[in-house]
Design a protein around this ligand. Sequence first.
Ligand code: ZN
Length: 151
Amino acid sequence: MSPAYRIGMDPVKGVTPKVVKSDAQWREQLTPQEYAVLRRAGTEPPGTGEYEHTKTPGVYECRACGAELFRSDHKFESHCGWPSFFTPLAGDAVLLREDRSMFSKRVEVLCATCHSHLGHVFEGEGYPTPTDQRYCINAISLRLVPDEAAS
Ligand SMILES: [Zn+2]
């Protein structure tokens, strides 16, 4: 059940998202803060996201398109200031691509369905998780759907 990781590749090129909207449509649908992160690869200030310490059982959806991305069971306390997961819900729920901004090499995490920016993934940091990976995700990119609400 180990998901397929594609670190180091650039999968977004040549991949058409299932959900395609114009920039104007995204701006209309999203709040300015959501737009800045999801569509402009911004980062919310650490410690400000509403889900940083949330433990409610449920599924985290993409706030832009509603695709299921992460599960509460895979969330852990990383103390880094953002919600952290050690794996996505499924290997094909997210896309990974190299990000060379900010003068360092990082791996960007995008929603596979609409190609919105979610955050970054880091590995080899020594967290006691099954994967030793930390999907460091902006809370504003996510929407938690608690299990009781799902039918
Ligand atoms: Zn999405």
